[in-house]
Design a protein around this ligand. Structure first.
Ligand code: GAL
Length: 703
């Protein structure tokens, strides 16, 4: 039995004890204020029918709860909370501060955020507030206190939902409030202005600072803004929102300390602005929102994001706060999910540790900016494919109840993920603006999925010592401390695979001198004098059959302890090394100097697997047709067999028993196209008895 994380603290949202054994949570954002009262009754019926057992409530309710400054109206919310409670549905209660009411910004326009070109973001949408505004904060915290005092003892409230997607629209604010707070943050970080000048390299372009007051956020400038300043502003912006999170947290902790607190992250969402690895200590449990990328690569990105969320939660269960039953409303074209995707997507999250599966939102809005966003109850109503799929998923989650509270069984391979490298690698004024940090990491993740290799995505600050193979795609920012950790990992016998544009700069975005890949040059045993990025449409072949289309570089071996695994086969660099490998202490370090096409990545990993058994595919994956995710508790191991294809796939059962209905015989199980089957194996190797009450029969809702 593989070791797994110790049992999690059981928060009330997981299981308050009154429910018998754990149950997976199921629900949505619930916005009853958009509907007349008669619809609320209907909502209760449909929620019960669909197996909903939790909702997030009040997220955008400030304007109704405090219709005028200091005037409160909780009557409608009392009624909704009472109704939910009567129907056995628990509540993740929002602090309602996500979007300020119109009167607040009329009275205090100074809370409105300002963009880098000086434009004010006006009311009319949502989240139009400055993270650093003392005025906004005082009004918001007054509301938080009112809500906390009123509902602290309500038995249906099992979690606090702080604000909502902090920073979704207002992460970068360039206002005077932000400028003041940025200066204070810098004074805290740097012992002196001399240190800051040194860190930012202000000798360049006459940027030398002699007064803290001369520092402003990186507002729009005639040309490239100082990169050190940009990086610190990004760190500051992430910290400023965390500081706001802490302020709400403090009020809740004082008034209602027994209710766990969370805020919904947007891990790997469209823009990378928040370093969530620095936020996890400020929530009692990790929550995430995820929206599927349409088209090819979408399911892999979903899995990657869920996997990273599991990494942020340190393998413990987390809460999927939002995803979509079908289309969103904010892409150029908003495609509907295909048959089976709703359950596939939800269960992939569960495989990676989600103990709650929630959607945005319960009932599709009739009016407002999200009226075309899918929901659990669509405009078409109960008689619809989406609602039937929603109800079917509710039944599946009930069948998977035994999984509740189990933790992730660590893989043998890890991919490191670093928000700062994401910010910096894609900076302006670089050798190529075609570098995409997340896509590079995702390409390696996908190659491993294709080979049937299970991998954990880990925030770079986590311990990776227990892994056999660690992949560091585009790990661009490498401090001395990180360099030492990577070297120690290899010295102790680990295999490290590093890609191009890694180790290039220190924590201030200053280039490590002496040749690339800078901080990792000695460990990798190579020295690069010049980058050779490729123009769009150009390609370079490698001797092992791989192709590069974004990046190449002129690599020299430091000495003859470094072996060449592949060279460039054409172009200016023909004959020079492209992939190298060398021993270091008890381990080995591989350097990949180019982006590789999907086949090239698979070939390289397959070659490495000859020496590294951790890179050999799991037989249960049917050659990568299935993604394998594994969770475990003290009694059982739960294997998620996630079909990545549009065909039925058969997998060996290896002693496991399916928990959800599927077609299986004694030794194999058939996973339907894009379906997910979860099997349970007793940790002592004994087969768990199949629950005789479980039935494979279709329910009337499965029409
Ligand atoms: C999230 C947000 C929800 C809803 C959803 C729609 O960003 O938290 O309130 O807007 O997106 O996709």
């Amino acid at each position: 039995m593989t070791p797994h994380a110790s049992a999690p603290a059981q928060h009330r949202w997981v299981n308050d004890g009154s429910l018998g054994p754990g149950r997976l949570r199921y629900g949505a954002d619930y916005n009853p204020e958009q509907w007349p009262r008669e619809v609320w009754r209907e909502d209760m019926r449909l929620m019960r029918q669909a197996g909903v057992n939790i909702v997030s409530l009040g997220i955008f309710s400030w304007a109704l709860l405090e219709p005028r400054p200091g005037e409160w109206d909780f009557a409608w919310l009392d009624e909704v909370i009472g109704l939910l409670h009567e129907n056995g549905i628990d509540i993740d209660l929002a602090t309602a501060t996500a979007s300020p009411p119109p009167w607040l910004t009329r009275l205090h326009p100074e809370v409105l955020p300002v963009t880098d070109d000086g434009s004010v973001l006006h009311p009319g949408g949502r989240q139009h507030w400055r993270p650093t505004s003392p005025v906004f904060r005082s009004y918001a915290l007054r509301l938080v206190r009112q809500i906390a005092e009123r509902y602290a003892d309500h038995p249906a409230v099992v979690a606090w939902h702080i604000s909502n997607e902090l920073g979704c629209h207002n992460v970068y604010d360039y206002s005077d409030d932000a400028a003041r707070a940025f200066r204070a943050w810098l004074r805290d970080r740097y012992a002196s202005l001399d240190d800051l000048n040194e860190a930012w390299g202000t000798a360049f372009w006459s940027q030398h600072l002699t007064d803290w007051e001369d520092i402003v956020p990186p507002r729009i400038a005639p040309t490239h803004v100082n990169p050190g300043r940009q990086l610190d502003f990004e760190r500051f912006s992430s910290d400023a929102l965390r500081d706001y999170l802490r302020a709400e947290n403090a009020v809740l902790a004082e008034v209602a300390p027994t209710i766990p607190r969370t805020t919904n992250f947007m891990v790997t969402e469209v823009f990378p602005s928040i370093d969530y690895a620095t936020w996890t200590a400020d929530v009692d449990f990790v929550s995430n929102d995820h929206y599927l990328r349409p088209g090819p690569g979408g399911p892999e990105e979903l899995s990657f994001s869920a996997n990273l969320t599991g990494g942020l939660a340190q393998g413990r269960p987390w809460f999927l706060m939002e995803h979509a039953t079908s289309a969103v409303n904010w892409r150029d074209v908003n495609t509907a999910k295909r048959e089976g995707d709703l359950a596939h997507d939800a269960l992939t999250h569960v495989g990676h540790g989600a103990d709650a599966v929630c959607f945005f939102q319960w009932r599709q809005s009739r009016a407002g900016g999200e009226r075309y966003h899918s929901a659990m109850v669509p405009h078409a109503g109960e008689d619809s494919r989406v609602y039937r799929d929603v109800a079917a998923l509710g039944r599946t989650l009930a069948e998977l109840a035994p999984v509740t509270g189990s933790t992730r069984v660590p893989a043998r391979v890890a991919i490191l993920f670093d928000w700062e490298s994401w910010w910096v690698a894609e900076r302006d004024s670089h050798p190529s603006n075609r570098l995409r940090y997340r896509d590079e990491a995702l390409a390696w993740y996908t190659a491993l999925l294709d080979l049937g290799v299970r991998v954990d995505v880990l925030p770079v600050g986590s311990s990776f010592d227990a892994y056999e193979v660690v992949l560091a795609p585009m790990l661009h920012v490498v401090s001395d401390t990180l360099r030492a950790r990577l070297e120690a990992f290899v010295a102790a016998g680990g295999e490290l695979v590093v890609t191009y544009f890694s180790g290039i700069v220190d924590e201030h975005d200053r280039v490590w001198l002496g040749g690339y890949p800078g901080a990792l040059r000695d460990l990798l045993g190579v020295r690069v004098e010049e980058f050779a990025p490729l123009l769009p449409g150009h390609r370079t072949a490698l001797s092992n059959g791989a192709t590069a289309s974004v990046w190449t570089e002129r690599v020299r071996l430091q000495d003859d302890t470094t072996r060449v695994l592949a060279s460039y086969a054409d172009g200016d660099l023909a004959g020079s090394p492209a992939i190298t490998r060398r021993s270091w202490g008890a381990g080995t370090a591989t350097y990949v100097a180019s982006d590789l096409d999907a086949a090239g990545l698979r070939m390289l990993l397959t070659d490495l697997s000859l020496e590294l058994p951790a890179l050999c595919g799991d037989a249960r994956s049917a050659d990568g047709a299935l993604e394998i995710a594994v969770r475990a508790d003290d009694a059982s191991e739960y294997t998620f067999l996630i079909n990545r294809t549009d065909l039925e796939v058969t997998s060996p059962l290896e002693g496991g028993i399916p928990l959800n209905p599927c077609s299986a015989d004694a030794s194999t199980v058939a996973i339907p196209p894009r379906g997910v089957v979860v099997t349970r194996t007793d940790v002592l190797g004994e087969i768990v008895e199949r629950d005789p009450r479980r039935t494979d029969a279709e329910s009337p809702l499965d029409r």
